[in-house]
Design a protein around this ligand. Structure first.
Ligand code: NAP
Ligand code: MG
Length: 492
Protein backbone atom coordinates (compact mmCIF):
# COMPACT_ATOMS: atom_id res chain seq x y z
CA UNK A 1 0.00 0.00 0.00
CA UNK A 2 1.31 3.45 -0.91
CA UNK A 3 1.67 6.50 1.27
CA UNK A 4 1.14 9.63 -0.79
CA UNK A 5 3.15 12.71 0.06
CA UNK A 6 3.17 16.38 -0.80
CA UNK A 7 5.86 17.72 -3.11
CA UNK A 8 7.07 21.09 -1.89
CA UNK A 9 10.22 22.92 -2.96
CA UNK A 10 11.51 19.83 -4.75
CA UNK A 11 11.07 17.50 -1.76
CA UNK A 12 8.55 14.76 -1.11
CA UNK A 13 7.28 15.24 2.41
CA UNK A 14 4.55 13.55 4.39
CA UNK A 15 2.03 15.86 5.94
CA UNK A 16 2.13 16.43 9.69
CA UNK A 17 -1.66 16.32 9.90
CA UNK A 18 -3.60 13.64 11.72
CA UNK A 19 -6.34 13.45 9.07
CA UNK A 20 -5.75 10.29 7.05
CA UNK A 21 -7.76 9.45 3.93
CA UNK A 22 -7.70 6.10 2.09
CA UNK A 23 -7.63 5.77 -1.68
CA UNK A 24 -10.25 3.14 -2.44
CA UNK A 25 -10.87 1.26 -5.68
CA UNK A 26 -14.52 2.07 -6.49
CA UNK A 27 -14.95 -1.25 -8.32
CA UNK A 28 -13.95 -3.18 -5.18
CA UNK A 29 -13.89 -1.39 -1.85
CA UNK A 30 -11.69 -4.13 -0.33
CA UNK A 31 -8.90 -2.90 -2.56
CA UNK A 32 -7.14 0.04 -0.89
CA UNK A 33 -4.44 1.59 -3.07
CA UNK A 34 -2.90 3.77 -0.39
CA UNK A 35 -3.38 6.43 2.24
CA UNK A 36 -2.65 10.10 2.50
CA UNK A 37 -2.35 12.51 5.39
CA UNK A 38 -4.27 15.55 4.25
CA UNK A 39 -2.11 18.65 3.99
CA UNK A 40 -2.52 21.35 6.61
CA UNK A 41 -3.05 25.03 5.83
CA UNK A 42 0.55 25.69 6.89
CA UNK A 43 1.80 23.15 4.35
CA UNK A 44 -0.36 24.64 1.63
CA UNK A 45 1.08 28.05 2.45
CA UNK A 46 4.58 26.63 2.30
CA UNK A 47 3.86 25.28 -1.19
CA UNK A 48 2.73 28.73 -2.38
CA UNK A 49 5.84 30.33 -0.87
CA UNK A 50 8.08 27.75 -2.52
CA UNK A 51 6.45 28.52 -5.88
CA UNK A 52 6.87 32.27 -5.31
CA UNK A 53 10.58 31.81 -4.55
CA UNK A 54 11.16 29.68 -7.64
CA UNK A 55 9.41 32.15 -9.94
CA UNK A 56 12.18 34.63 -10.86
CA UNK A 57 14.60 31.96 -12.10
CA UNK A 58 11.91 30.07 -14.00
CA UNK A 59 10.64 33.29 -15.56
CA UNK A 60 14.19 34.02 -16.73
CA UNK A 61 14.57 30.57 -18.32
CA UNK A 62 13.97 30.91 -22.09
CA UNK A 63 10.62 29.46 -23.08
CA UNK A 64 12.09 26.92 -25.58
CA UNK A 65 14.17 25.52 -22.72
CA UNK A 66 11.06 25.27 -20.56
CA UNK A 67 9.34 23.58 -23.50
CA UNK A 68 12.08 21.00 -23.76
CA UNK A 69 11.34 19.89 -20.18
CA UNK A 70 7.65 19.53 -21.02
CA UNK A 71 8.57 17.49 -24.10
CA UNK A 72 10.65 15.20 -21.87
CA UNK A 73 7.64 14.81 -19.56
CA UNK A 74 5.58 13.78 -22.60
CA UNK A 75 8.11 11.06 -23.46
CA UNK A 76 8.09 9.81 -19.84
CA UNK A 77 4.28 9.68 -19.89
CA UNK A 78 4.57 7.63 -23.04
CA UNK A 79 7.05 5.25 -21.40
CA UNK A 80 4.68 4.84 -18.44
CA UNK A 81 1.42 4.98 -20.37
CA UNK A 82 0.32 1.46 -19.46
CA UNK A 83 1.19 1.47 -15.76
CA UNK A 84 -0.36 4.93 -15.34
CA UNK A 85 -3.52 3.75 -17.13
CA UNK A 86 -3.73 0.78 -14.77
CA UNK A 87 -3.43 3.04 -11.70
CA UNK A 88 -6.04 5.39 -13.15
CA UNK A 89 -8.55 2.58 -13.63
CA UNK A 90 -7.92 1.20 -10.17
CA UNK A 91 -8.17 4.60 -8.53
CA UNK A 92 -11.02 6.22 -10.45
CA UNK A 93 -12.88 3.26 -11.92
CA UNK A 94 -13.04 4.15 -15.62
CA UNK A 95 -12.50 1.26 -18.02
CA UNK A 96 -8.96 0.52 -19.11
CA UNK A 97 -9.53 1.60 -22.72
CA UNK A 98 -10.71 5.00 -21.46
CA UNK A 99 -7.70 5.26 -19.15
CA UNK A 100 -5.33 4.52 -22.02
CA UNK A 101 -7.15 7.16 -24.04
CA UNK A 102 -6.84 9.69 -21.23
CA UNK A 103 -3.08 9.05 -21.09
CA UNK A 104 -2.81 9.52 -24.85
CA UNK A 105 -4.71 12.80 -24.58
CA UNK A 106 -2.30 13.90 -21.84
CA UNK A 107 0.75 13.04 -23.97
CA UNK A 108 -0.75 14.95 -26.90
CA UNK A 109 -1.40 18.01 -24.70
CA UNK A 110 2.15 17.97 -23.34
CA UNK A 111 3.56 17.64 -26.87
CA UNK A 112 1.40 20.50 -28.09
CA UNK A 113 2.43 22.76 -25.19
CA UNK A 114 6.11 21.91 -25.70
CA UNK A 115 5.70 23.19 -29.27
CA UNK A 116 3.92 26.32 -28.08
CA UNK A 117 7.06 27.15 -26.09
CA UNK A 118 8.66 28.10 -29.41
CA UNK A 119 5.62 30.09 -30.47
CA UNK A 120 5.30 32.52 -27.56
CA UNK A 121 5.10 35.27 -30.12
CA UNK A 122 3.41 38.66 -30.04
CA UNK A 123 2.40 41.12 -32.74
CA UNK A 124 4.24 44.02 -34.34
CA UNK A 125 1.85 46.86 -35.08
CA UNK A 126 2.49 49.89 -37.32
CA UNK A 127 2.03 53.25 -35.59
CA UNK A 128 0.05 56.31 -36.68
CA UNK A 129 3.26 58.28 -36.23
CA UNK A 130 6.34 58.22 -38.44
CA UNK A 131 9.40 56.39 -37.08
CA UNK A 132 7.34 54.71 -34.39
CA UNK A 133 6.13 51.16 -33.97
CA UNK A 134 4.49 49.02 -31.33
CA UNK A 135 4.73 45.39 -30.38
CA UNK A 136 3.33 42.99 -27.82
CA UNK A 137 5.00 40.41 -25.61
CA UNK A 138 3.53 37.63 -23.49
CA UNK A 139 4.76 37.40 -19.94
CA UNK A 140 4.08 34.94 -17.12
CA UNK A 141 1.83 35.84 -14.22
CA UNK A 142 3.71 34.39 -11.26
CA UNK A 143 2.33 31.65 -9.02
CA UNK A 144 -0.63 29.82 -10.54
CA UNK A 145 -2.92 27.42 -8.68
CA UNK A 146 -4.29 24.42 -10.60
CA UNK A 147 -7.30 22.93 -8.80
CA UNK A 148 -8.64 19.82 -10.48
CA UNK A 149 -11.45 17.22 -10.25
CA UNK A 150 -11.22 13.44 -10.02
CA UNK A 151 -12.90 12.53 -13.30
CA UNK A 152 -9.90 13.16 -15.58
CA UNK A 153 -7.18 13.07 -12.93
CA UNK A 154 -4.31 12.93 -15.44
CA UNK A 155 -5.48 14.85 -18.50
CA UNK A 156 -6.96 17.90 -16.75
CA UNK A 157 -3.87 18.51 -14.57
CA UNK A 158 -1.67 18.15 -17.67
CA UNK A 159 -3.74 20.61 -19.68
CA UNK A 160 -3.32 23.16 -16.87
CA UNK A 161 0.23 22.47 -15.64
CA UNK A 162 1.89 22.14 -19.07
CA UNK A 163 0.77 25.53 -20.47
CA UNK A 164 1.31 27.22 -17.09
CA UNK A 165 4.94 26.02 -16.97
CA UNK A 166 5.65 26.68 -20.64
CA UNK A 167 4.48 30.26 -20.13
CA UNK A 168 6.96 30.68 -17.26
CA UNK A 169 4.67 30.48 -14.25
CA UNK A 170 5.31 28.37 -11.19
CA UNK A 171 2.53 26.07 -10.04
CA UNK A 172 0.76 24.82 -6.96
CA UNK A 173 -1.24 21.76 -7.98
CA UNK A 174 -4.21 20.76 -5.76
CA UNK A 175 -5.76 17.58 -7.17
CA UNK A 176 -9.07 16.08 -6.02
CA UNK A 177 -8.88 14.18 -2.75
CA UNK A 178 -10.25 11.07 -4.47
CA UNK A 179 -7.34 10.71 -6.92
CA UNK A 180 -3.97 11.17 -5.19
CA UNK A 181 -2.13 8.23 -6.83
CA UNK A 182 -2.27 9.56 -10.38
CA UNK A 183 -1.43 13.06 -9.13
CA UNK A 184 1.73 11.79 -7.42
CA UNK A 185 2.81 9.77 -10.48
CA UNK A 186 2.31 12.79 -12.71
CA UNK A 187 4.36 15.09 -10.52
CA UNK A 188 7.11 12.44 -10.31
CA UNK A 189 7.21 12.50 -14.11
CA UNK A 190 7.59 16.30 -14.23
CA UNK A 191 10.29 16.04 -11.57
CA UNK A 192 12.17 13.39 -13.56
CA UNK A 193 11.77 15.49 -16.71
CA UNK A 194 13.80 18.22 -15.04
CA UNK A 195 11.32 20.75 -13.65
CA UNK A 196 13.44 22.67 -11.08
CA UNK A 197 12.67 22.59 -7.34
CA UNK A 198 9.76 24.82 -6.36
CA UNK A 199 8.50 25.30 -9.92
CA UNK A 200 5.81 22.61 -9.51
CA UNK A 201 4.41 21.86 -6.05
CA UNK A 202 1.81 19.27 -5.13
CA UNK A 203 -0.56 19.68 -2.20
CA UNK A 204 -2.69 16.67 -1.29
CA UNK A 205 -5.34 18.16 0.92
CA UNK A 206 -9.02 18.86 1.16
CA UNK A 207 -10.53 21.61 -0.95
CA UNK A 208 -12.15 23.38 1.95
CA UNK A 209 -8.89 23.49 3.92
CA UNK A 210 -5.64 23.33 1.92
CA UNK A 211 -7.47 24.33 -1.27
CA UNK A 212 -9.03 27.35 0.41
CA UNK A 213 -5.64 28.39 1.79
CA UNK A 214 -4.07 28.24 -1.67
CA UNK A 215 -6.73 30.13 -3.57
CA UNK A 216 -6.81 32.91 -0.97
CA UNK A 217 -3.05 33.36 -0.73
CA UNK A 218 -2.09 36.83 -2.02
CA UNK A 219 0.94 35.44 -3.89
CA UNK A 220 -1.35 33.32 -6.10
CA UNK A 221 -1.92 35.47 -9.17
CA UNK A 222 -4.20 33.13 -11.06
CA UNK A 223 -6.38 30.10 -10.42
CA UNK A 224 -7.35 27.56 -13.04
CA UNK A 225 -10.20 25.47 -11.70
CA UNK A 226 -12.16 22.56 -13.12
CA UNK A 227 -14.96 21.10 -11.05
CA UNK A 228 -18.49 21.70 -9.87
CA UNK A 229 -20.41 24.97 -10.17
CA UNK A 230 -20.92 25.31 -6.44
CA UNK A 231 -17.20 25.31 -5.71
CA UNK A 232 -16.18 27.18 -8.87
CA UNK A 233 -18.48 30.16 -8.39
CA UNK A 234 -17.47 30.56 -4.74
CA UNK A 235 -13.82 30.40 -5.68
CA UNK A 236 -14.38 32.99 -8.43
CA UNK A 237 -16.06 35.38 -5.99
CA UNK A 238 -13.27 35.03 -3.45
CA UNK A 239 -10.35 35.35 -5.84
CA UNK A 240 -11.77 38.15 -7.98
CA UNK A 241 -12.06 40.34 -4.86
CA UNK A 242 -8.28 40.62 -4.73
CA UNK A 243 -8.04 40.93 -8.53
CA UNK A 244 -6.64 37.44 -9.14
CA UNK A 245 -7.26 35.98 -12.57
CA UNK A 246 -9.70 33.07 -12.59
CA UNK A 247 -10.61 30.42 -15.12
CA UNK A 248 -13.40 27.99 -14.22
CA UNK A 249 -14.60 25.02 -16.24
CA UNK A 250 -17.67 23.63 -14.53
CA UNK A 251 -20.71 21.44 -15.02
CA UNK A 252 -22.65 20.34 -18.06
CA UNK A 253 -26.09 19.03 -19.02
CA UNK A 254 -25.21 18.21 -22.60
CA UNK A 255 -28.01 17.60 -25.11
CA UNK A 256 -28.06 15.44 -28.21
CA UNK A 257 -30.76 16.38 -30.75
CA UNK A 258 -32.03 13.52 -32.90
CA UNK A 259 -34.02 14.39 -36.03
CA UNK A 260 -36.25 12.14 -38.13
CA UNK A 261 -33.68 11.90 -40.95
CA UNK A 262 -30.88 10.74 -38.64
CA UNK A 263 -28.98 7.51 -39.12
CA UNK A 264 -30.74 5.92 -36.17
CA UNK A 265 -28.21 3.18 -35.43
CA UNK A 266 -25.44 5.74 -35.34
CA UNK A 267 -27.52 8.05 -33.15
CA UNK A 268 -28.33 5.24 -30.69
CA UNK A 269 -24.74 3.99 -30.47
CA UNK A 270 -23.36 7.52 -30.05
CA UNK A 271 -25.96 8.46 -27.45
CA UNK A 272 -25.18 5.31 -25.45
CA UNK A 273 -21.47 6.04 -25.71
CA UNK A 274 -21.98 9.64 -24.58
CA UNK A 275 -24.40 8.81 -21.78
CA UNK A 276 -22.87 5.65 -20.32
CA UNK A 277 -19.18 6.04 -21.21
CA UNK A 278 -17.03 6.74 -18.12
CA UNK A 279 -20.25 5.86 -16.21
CA UNK A 280 -21.66 9.27 -17.16
CA UNK A 281 -18.86 11.01 -15.25
CA UNK A 282 -17.53 13.14 -18.06
CA UNK A 283 -18.24 16.85 -18.02
CA UNK A 284 -19.21 16.40 -21.69
CA UNK A 285 -21.40 13.33 -21.04
CA UNK A 286 -24.72 13.17 -22.91
CA UNK A 287 -27.45 13.61 -20.34
CA UNK A 288 -30.41 14.78 -22.43
CA UNK A 289 -31.64 13.19 -25.66
CA UNK A 290 -34.02 15.59 -27.44
CA UNK A 291 -35.84 13.41 -29.94
CA UNK A 292 -38.55 14.29 -32.47
CA UNK A 293 -41.80 12.37 -31.92
CA UNK A 294 -41.74 10.71 -35.33
CA UNK A 295 -38.82 8.45 -34.41
CA UNK A 296 -38.92 8.64 -30.61
CA UNK A 297 -40.44 5.15 -30.02
CA UNK A 298 -37.92 3.50 -32.30
CA UNK A 299 -35.01 5.44 -30.80
CA UNK A 300 -36.01 4.57 -27.25
CA UNK A 301 -36.50 0.86 -28.07
CA UNK A 302 -33.11 0.55 -29.66
CA UNK A 303 -31.44 2.53 -26.88
CA UNK A 304 -32.92 0.24 -24.24
CA UNK A 305 -31.62 -2.81 -26.14
CA UNK A 306 -28.18 -1.19 -26.18
CA UNK A 307 -28.33 -0.41 -22.44
CA UNK A 308 -29.37 -4.04 -21.72
CA UNK A 309 -26.29 -5.31 -23.49
CA UNK A 310 -23.81 -3.07 -21.59
CA UNK A 311 -21.22 -5.17 -19.75
CA UNK A 312 -20.83 -3.61 -16.31
CA UNK A 313 -17.87 -4.45 -14.12
CA UNK A 314 -14.33 -3.80 -12.99
CA UNK A 315 -12.73 -1.53 -15.58
CA UNK A 316 -9.47 -3.47 -15.51
CA UNK A 317 -11.22 -6.33 -17.36
CA UNK A 318 -10.90 -5.40 -21.06
CA UNK A 319 -14.39 -6.84 -21.73
CA UNK A 320 -16.03 -4.32 -19.39
CA UNK A 321 -17.93 -1.48 -21.09
CA UNK A 322 -18.94 0.50 -18.02
CA UNK A 323 -17.32 0.82 -14.59
CA UNK A 324 -18.59 2.15 -11.24
CA UNK A 325 -19.36 5.60 -9.89
CA UNK A 326 -16.23 7.08 -8.33
CA UNK A 327 -17.23 6.73 -4.66
CA UNK A 328 -20.10 6.16 -2.29
CA UNK A 329 -21.16 9.77 -2.22
CA UNK A 330 -21.38 10.04 -6.01
CA UNK A 331 -23.14 6.66 -6.13
CA UNK A 332 -25.76 7.88 -3.65
CA UNK A 333 -26.22 11.12 -5.55
CA UNK A 334 -26.93 9.21 -8.76
CA UNK A 335 -29.44 6.90 -7.04
CA UNK A 336 -31.16 9.87 -5.41
CA UNK A 337 -31.55 11.57 -8.80
CA UNK A 338 -33.17 8.38 -10.09
CA UNK A 339 -35.69 8.65 -7.22
CA UNK A 340 -36.28 12.30 -8.07
CA UNK A 341 -36.93 11.38 -11.71
CA UNK A 342 -39.56 8.84 -10.65
CA UNK A 343 -41.18 11.23 -8.19
CA UNK A 344 -41.31 14.02 -10.77
CA UNK A 345 -43.27 11.69 -13.09
CA UNK A 346 -40.71 10.69 -15.71
CA UNK A 347 -41.12 7.16 -17.14
CA UNK A 348 -38.29 4.89 -16.07
CA UNK A 349 -37.81 2.50 -18.98
CA UNK A 350 -34.49 0.90 -18.15
CA UNK A 351 -32.18 0.51 -15.15
CA UNK A 352 -32.91 2.62 -12.12
CA UNK A 353 -31.00 0.84 -9.43
CA UNK A 354 -27.71 -0.47 -8.16
CA UNK A 355 -26.13 -3.09 -10.42
CA UNK A 356 -25.49 -6.20 -8.34
CA UNK A 357 -24.48 -9.87 -8.58
CA UNK A 358 -21.43 -11.13 -10.52
CA UNK A 359 -18.97 -9.58 -8.08
CA UNK A 360 -20.52 -6.12 -8.40
CA UNK A 361 -21.63 -5.88 -4.78
CA UNK A 362 -18.29 -4.59 -3.57
CA UNK A 363 -18.33 -1.65 -5.94
CA UNK A 364 -20.41 1.46 -6.60
CA UNK A 365 -22.11 0.21 -9.74
CA UNK A 366 -25.29 1.80 -11.08
CA UNK A 367 -27.26 0.33 -13.98
CA UNK A 368 -27.32 2.34 -17.17
CA UNK A 369 -30.60 4.17 -16.74
CA UNK A 370 -33.03 5.67 -19.25
CA UNK A 371 -35.97 7.93 -18.42
CA UNK A 372 -38.51 8.62 -21.15
CA UNK A 373 -41.10 11.41 -21.37
CA UNK A 374 -38.98 13.77 -19.33
CA UNK A 375 -40.19 17.37 -19.47
CA UNK A 376 -37.88 20.41 -19.48
CA UNK A 377 -38.97 21.55 -16.01
CA UNK A 378 -38.02 18.28 -14.27
CA UNK A 379 -34.86 18.30 -12.16
CA UNK A 380 -33.40 15.37 -14.11
CA UNK A 381 -33.63 17.57 -17.23
CA UNK A 382 -31.94 20.54 -15.57
CA UNK A 383 -29.35 19.40 -13.02
CA UNK A 384 -26.04 17.68 -13.60
CA UNK A 385 -26.28 14.10 -12.29
CA UNK A 386 -22.79 12.84 -13.20
CA UNK A 387 -23.94 9.24 -13.54
CA UNK A 388 -25.15 6.87 -16.29
CA UNK A 389 -28.62 8.40 -16.44
CA UNK A 390 -30.15 9.63 -19.69
CA UNK A 391 -33.29 11.77 -19.93
CA UNK A 392 -35.26 11.49 -23.17
CA UNK A 393 -37.30 14.60 -24.02
CA UNK A 394 -39.78 14.22 -26.87
CA UNK A 395 -40.41 17.22 -29.14
CA UNK A 396 -42.59 17.86 -32.17
CA UNK A 397 -40.09 19.47 -34.53
CA UNK A 398 -36.68 21.12 -34.95
CA UNK A 399 -37.78 24.48 -33.55
CA UNK A 400 -39.01 22.89 -30.35
CA UNK A 401 -35.84 20.78 -30.20
CA UNK A 402 -33.73 23.95 -30.27
CA UNK A 403 -35.81 25.58 -27.54
CA UNK A 404 -35.58 22.53 -25.30
CA UNK A 405 -31.86 21.97 -25.96
CA UNK A 406 -31.08 25.59 -25.05
CA UNK A 407 -33.36 25.69 -22.01
CA UNK A 408 -30.50 24.98 -19.63
CA UNK A 409 -28.19 26.91 -17.32
CA UNK A 410 -25.11 25.05 -18.62
CA UNK A 411 -23.42 25.39 -22.00
CA UNK A 412 -20.57 22.94 -22.39
CA UNK A 413 -21.16 20.50 -25.26
CA UNK A 414 -23.93 19.26 -27.57
CA UNK A 415 -24.52 17.19 -30.66
CA UNK A 416 -27.05 16.61 -33.41
CA UNK A 417 -27.92 13.68 -35.63
CA UNK A 418 -29.36 14.73 -38.97
CA UNK A 419 -28.37 14.77 -42.62
CA UNK A 420 -30.08 18.01 -43.58
CA UNK A 421 -27.30 20.55 -44.19
CA UNK A 422 -29.47 23.63 -43.69
CA UNK A 423 -30.71 22.32 -40.36
CA UNK A 424 -27.22 21.36 -39.24
CA UNK A 425 -25.93 24.85 -39.88
CA UNK A 426 -28.87 26.39 -38.06
CA UNK A 427 -28.10 24.11 -35.14
CA UNK A 428 -24.42 25.14 -35.18
CA UNK A 429 -25.46 28.79 -35.20
CA UNK A 430 -28.14 28.63 -32.51
CA UNK A 431 -27.01 25.99 -30.02
CA UNK A 432 -25.81 27.63 -26.80
CA UNK A 433 -22.76 25.49 -26.00
CA UNK A 434 -19.03 26.11 -26.22
CA UNK A 435 -18.47 22.96 -28.28
CA UNK A 436 -20.77 21.05 -30.58
CA UNK A 437 -20.50 17.79 -32.50
CA UNK A 438 -22.20 16.87 -35.76
CA UNK A 439 -23.29 13.23 -36.13
CA UNK A 440 -21.03 12.16 -33.26
CA UNK A 441 -21.24 11.99 -29.45
CA UNK A 442 -21.19 15.07 -27.19
CA UNK A 443 -17.92 13.81 -25.71
CA UNK A 444 -14.33 14.03 -26.88
CA UNK A 445 -11.82 16.70 -27.74
CA UNK A 446 -8.34 17.08 -29.14
CA UNK A 447 -5.19 18.49 -27.59
CA UNK A 448 -4.63 21.22 -30.18
CA UNK A 449 -8.25 22.44 -30.26
CA UNK A 450 -9.72 24.89 -27.69
CA UNK A 451 -11.94 23.30 -25.05
CA UNK A 452 -14.59 24.76 -22.78
CA UNK A 453 -18.11 25.98 -22.22
CA UNK A 454 -20.31 29.08 -22.14
CA UNK A 455 -23.30 30.15 -19.99
CA UNK A 456 -23.12 28.60 -16.51
CA UNK A 457 -20.27 26.26 -17.49
CA UNK A 458 -17.32 28.51 -18.14
CA UNK A 459 -15.63 31.60 -16.78
CA UNK A 460 -12.49 33.07 -18.35
CA UNK A 461 -10.25 32.01 -21.23
CA UNK A 462 -10.63 28.71 -23.03
CA UNK A 463 -8.19 25.93 -22.23
CA UNK A 464 -6.02 24.01 -24.73
CA UNK A 465 -5.32 24.61 -28.40
CA UNK A 466 -4.48 28.05 -29.76
CA UNK A 467 -6.00 29.64 -26.64
CA UNK A 468 -4.08 27.50 -24.10
CA UNK A 469 -1.55 30.18 -23.17
CA UNK A 470 -3.99 33.12 -23.01
CA UNK A 471 -4.95 32.51 -19.41
CA UNK A 472 -1.38 31.91 -18.25
CA UNK A 473 0.13 35.09 -19.70
CA UNK A 474 -0.16 38.83 -19.42
CA UNK A 475 0.05 40.80 -22.62
CA UNK A 476 2.44 43.75 -22.49
CA UNK A 477 2.23 46.45 -25.17
CA UNK A 478 5.45 48.28 -26.05
CA UNK A 479 5.59 51.63 -27.91
CA UNK A 480 8.92 52.45 -29.54
CA UNK A 481 9.68 55.97 -30.77
CA UNK A 482 12.94 56.37 -32.67
CA UNK A 483 12.44 59.95 -33.90
CA UNK A 484 14.44 61.42 -31.02
CA UNK A 485 12.04 64.38 -31.07
CA UNK A 486 9.22 65.68 -28.87
CA UNK A 487 5.93 64.17 -29.96
CA UNK A 488 3.97 66.50 -32.32
CA UNK A 489 0.87 64.53 -33.24
CA UNK A 490 -1.15 61.79 -31.51
CA UNK A 491 -1.74 63.88 -28.39
CA UNK A 492 -4.66 61.82 -27.06
P1 NAP B 1 -15.52 19.63 -7.03
O1 NAP B 1 -16.11 18.96 -5.87
O2 NAP B 1 -15.97 20.99 -7.38
O3 NAP B 1 -13.93 19.64 -6.77
C1 NAP B 1 -13.00 20.12 -7.71
C2 NAP B 1 -11.71 20.48 -6.99
O4 NAP B 1 -11.92 21.63 -6.16
C3 NAP B 1 -11.18 19.39 -6.07
O5 NAP B 1 -9.78 19.39 -6.11
C4 NAP B 1 -11.68 19.86 -4.72
O6 NAP B 1 -10.98 19.32 -3.63
C5 NAP B 1 -11.47 21.35 -4.85
N1 NAP B 1 -12.21 22.16 -3.89
C6 NAP B 1 -13.37 21.87 -3.27
N2 NAP B 1 -13.73 22.88 -2.44
C7 NAP B 1 -12.78 23.84 -2.56
C8 NAP B 1 -12.58 25.10 -1.94
N3 NAP B 1 -13.45 25.62 -1.07
N4 NAP B 1 -11.49 25.81 -2.28
C9 NAP B 1 -10.60 25.33 -3.16
N5 NAP B 1 -10.74 24.13 -3.76
C10 NAP B 1 -11.81 23.39 -3.47
O7 NAP B 1 -15.68 18.75 -8.34
P2 NAP B 1 -15.48 17.17 -8.50
O8 NAP B 1 -16.59 16.48 -7.81
O9 NAP B 1 -14.08 16.79 -8.15
O10 NAP B 1 -15.62 16.99 -10.09
C11 NAP B 1 -16.83 16.84 -10.75
C12 NAP B 1 -17.28 18.14 -11.39
O11 NAP B 1 -16.29 18.61 -12.29
C13 NAP B 1 -18.53 18.03 -12.22
O12 NAP B 1 -19.40 19.10 -11.94
C14 NAP B 1 -18.03 18.14 -13.66
O13 NAP B 1 -18.96 18.61 -14.58
C15 NAP B 1 -16.90 19.06 -13.50
N6 NAP B 1 -15.96 18.97 -14.64
C16 NAP B 1 -15.98 19.95 -15.59
C17 NAP B 1 -15.13 19.88 -16.68
C18 NAP B 1 -15.14 20.96 -17.73
O14 NAP B 1 -14.17 21.07 -18.46
N7 NAP B 1 -16.18 21.77 -17.84
C19 NAP B 1 -14.27 18.79 -16.82
C20 NAP B 1 -14.29 17.80 -15.84
C21 NAP B 1 -15.14 17.91 -14.74
P3 NAP B 1 -11.55 18.00 -2.87
O15 NAP B 1 -11.46 16.89 -3.83
O16 NAP B 1 -10.64 17.87 -1.72
O17 NAP B 1 -12.97 18.31 -2.48
MG1 MG C 1 -10.24 6.09 -5.39
Amino acid sequence: MDTYRNFICGKWQESASARVVSNVNPANTDDILGTVRQATRAEAKQAVESAAEAFPAWRATPSPIRGRIIARAARLMEDHQEDLAQVLTREEGKIIAESRGELQRSINVADFCAGEARRMTGETIPSELPANFAYTIKQPLGVVACVTPWNFPVAIPVWKIAPALVAGNTVVFKPATLTPATAVRLVEIFEEAGVPAGVLNLVLGSGSDAGDEIINHPAVKAISFTGSNGVGIRLYEQASRRGAKVQCEMGGKNPVVIMEDADLNLAVESTAQGAFGSSGQRCTATSRAVVVNEIADEFVNRLVRRAESMRIGDGSDPATEMGPSVDESQFKTVLSYIDIGREDGATLIYGGSRASGNGLDKGFFVQPTVFDRVTPDMRIAREEIFGPVLSVLRVKDFDEAMRVANDCEYGLSSSIFSNDAARLFRFIDEIETGMTHINSPTTGGEAHIPFGGIKGTGIGDREQGSTALDFYTDLKVVYVDYTGRKREGNLY
